[in-house]
Ligand binder design. Sequence first.
Ligand code: 5GP
Ligand code: ZN
Length: 114
Amino acid sequence: MSQDCIFCKIVRKEIPTEFIYEDDLVVAFNDINPQAPVHVIIIPKEHYESILSVSAGDDIIGHIHLVANRIVLKLGIAKTGFRLVNNTGRDGNQTVPHLHYHLLGGRELLWPPG
Ligand code: 5GP
Ligand code: ZN
């Protein structure tokens, strides 16, 4: 846990946020500034600054992908498709230094992104 981290505060429920999914390892919630009809943020409960902080043998990334799988089935966008994105560091435009994945869908998403 990091005292000042926004996403750690969401995990600790200090910033009231409705979780659309929660288990022992992760939570998922709607992005405050959605870029698509579906824009869910999936985060580990534990504070990792980015994917660069994940060690070999730690299955948190695999778990997040499985959770994304469950969420797209629940939200009904598995067939139409979606994008699961991780932004890391300055050039990746990571604005919150707590590992997270964006799950976007509900419209056609352009590629490559800007
Ligand atoms: P990044 O730019 O770091 O990849 O993505 C961070 C995302 O977190 C942004 O899309 C931003 O809108 C979202 N976000 C930042 N603060 C909050 C918050 O307090 N609540 C929610 N629900 N989303 C947030
Ligand atoms: Zn954090």
